[in-house]
Design a protein around this ligand. Structure first.
Ligand SMILES: N=c1c2ncn([C@@H]3O[C@H](COP(=O)(O)OP(=O)(O)OP(=O)(O)O)[C@@H](O)[C@H]3O)c2ncn1[C@@H]1O[C@H](COP(=O)(O)O)[C@@H](O)[C@H]1O
Length: 156
């Protein structure tokens, strides 16, 4: 992702919804005539990890909508390879900030990674509940035990 388009802590002029719409292909004039897509009301913002369920619902609702109004719609319309590529780019940016020891940047990059992961789930037709269920299953076993169960003879 171009740094100029980043959300979160790095406030840049490209980060506003209006400029994002322009960047995504709509002219400023054309975008202003279009009705903005609905976003969840902030007063009923979900707590903690439920924010991911809400984000999933929003991204899913964007499928097939106007790419000029929705970054998710644009990304979904560009296909699986592009979606995977964007996720990979965000993951790399995340690890760069982790290695650089920049917690604030890591928070912002982590949000980007989660957003792009959710776009990938929507494209693949899987739900967050399937992932939560897998995580719950793993909670019954430590990571060390799980790895040992995969490598019964102790091979790495
Ligand atoms: N969390 C995000 C989010 N994080 C990052 N981004 C956007 O992702 C884009 C990444 O920029 P890039 O330059 O990397 O992407 P790009 O334009 O595809 O780049 P190229 O590959 O074309 O070079 C930026 O425009 C960011 O604003 C996001 N866009 C949307 N969301 C969430 O998704 C919801 C729905 O958004 P829309 O689909 O836009 O309605 C929003 O309410 C948010 O909650």
């Amino acid at each position: 992702m171009a740094v100029s388009a980043k959300r979160g802590s790095r406030k840049t002029e490209d980060a506003t919804p209006k400029k994002r719409a322009a960047k995504d292909g709509a002219t400023k004039k054309g975008a202003s005539k279009k009705k903005a897509l609905p976003v969840p009301a902030p007063e009923i913002a979900p707590a903690g990890a439920q924010v991911l369920d809400r984000l999933f619902e929003t991204v899913q609702s964007r499928r097939g909508t106007d790419p000029a109004l929705s970054h998710s719609a644009r990304l979904l319309s560009r296909g699986r390879k592009k979606i995977a590529q964007k996720f990979g780019e965000e993951a790399v940016e995340c690890l760069i900030e982790a290695v650089a020891g920049k917690p604030g940047e890591l928070v912002s990059e982590s949000a980007d990674v989660l957003y792009h992961l959710i776009v990938m789930w929507v494209d693949a037709g899987i739900t967050p509940e399937e992932v939560w269920s897998e995580l719950r299953r793993r909670q019954s076993m430590s990571g060390v035990q799980e790895k040992a169960s995969r490598n019964p003879e102790g091979s790495v």
